[in-house]
Design a protein around this ligand. Structure first.
Ligand code: NAD
Length: 273
């Protein structure tokens, strides 16, 4: 059986470096995904940003690529669609070589009371958050296993993957519990190939997505404010920003975390402590 390296003799600079690695970040055109792509590219990875908003993905990639040591390309990609995920995988490999890091970040979080929730909305949330994570992980494992050099999959879960949160988020909470479960299961399945599978569970972070959602319907903000302490501050005095998550993802993606798999890393300024 293959085994992970003992990295005790490497310097910290070597451990955090992603030089020469190929990474895919789904939903990386804005928000947490953009922050994650930025740090991975800064650490030297060549990054493919796949996002349903292809135009913004290309724009974000050009912006990040001009400021980092790693190259960044953007592509229209729908994580719900296996063919689209396969096309993104093929492009990443053609542009940069074998995939070593895959971040399943794309997610949606519409809010509607359980009594009003159309079944189509339940299905859509599961299609993006759960099936999208499954399809991304499946593509990543296939690519990493074929290459035979291990790899890391990082799934962006949520505190909503560990507990219930505010009313209206039944589909979201359930889909994020699925992400945490998939992380544990895939860690077991993929360990023999030295493919590590981790999740990061953020509390509330200021992103374009959740700002837009709350502007659309102020009732959502009011309901959430009652139940989500990190919306306006945190035990550590300020609200979370995408880079708070990006640094945790960099830790997971790098050899700093080489002895970890199956774990969900909670990044919440103590909200769930
Ligand atoms: N922001 C938070 O407070 C927070 C907290 C916990 C977890 N999360 C999770 O972090 C992830 C990112 O959230 P965010 O706040 O940055 O959201 P966001 O809406 O700002 O960005 C999400 C990105 O994903 C893309 N996307 C959506 N559906 C897609 C699909 N089917 N295929 C490809 N791309 C798609 C969007 O176009 C967008 O660019 C989500 O999984 C979310 O559940 C966010």
């Amino acid at each position: 059986m293959a085994s992970i390296a003992d990295v005790s003799n490497r310097t910290l600079a070597e451990l955090i470096s992603l030089e020469g690695r190929t990474a895919v970040v789904t939903g990386g055109a804005q928000g947490l995904g953009k922050g994650i792509a930025r740090r991975l590219a800064e650490a030297g990875a060549n990054v493919l940003i796949g996002d349903r908003n292809g135009e913004l993905a290309v724009q974000t990639a050009a912006d990040l690529g001009s400021k980092s040591s790693g190259k960044v390309v953007g592509l229209a990609m729908d994580v719900c669609d296996a063919a689209s995920v396969a096309a993104a995988t093929a492009l990443a490999e053609a542009e940069f070589g074998g995939i070593g890091i895959w971040v399943n970040n794309a997610g949606i979080f519409p809010s509607i009371a359980i009594t009003e929730m159309p079944v189509e909305q339940w299905d859509e949330v599961f299609a993006v958050n759960a099936r999208g994570t499954f399809l991304g992980a499946q593509a990543a494992v296939r690519a990493m296993a074929a290459r035979g050099q291990g790899g890391v999959i990082v799934n962006i879960a949520s505190l909503a993957g560990l507990n219930g949160i505010s009313p209206g988020l039944a589909a979201y909470v359930s889909s994020k519990h699925a992400v945490v479960g998939l992380t544990r299961q895939l860690a077991l399945e993929c360990a023999p190939q030295c493919i590590r599978v981790l999740a990061v569970a953020p509390s509330f972070m200021v992103t374009e997505g959740n700002m837009a959602m709350m502007q659309q319907d102020p009732r959502i903000a009011e309901a959430a404010a009652e139940h989500i302490p990190s919306m306006f501050s945190s035990k550590l005095g300020r609200v979370g920003v995408p880079d708070d998550i990006a640094r945790a993802v960099l830790f997971c993606a790098s050899d700093m975390s080489i002895f970890m798999t199956g774990t969900t890393l909670v990044v919440d300024a103590g909200e769930s402590a």
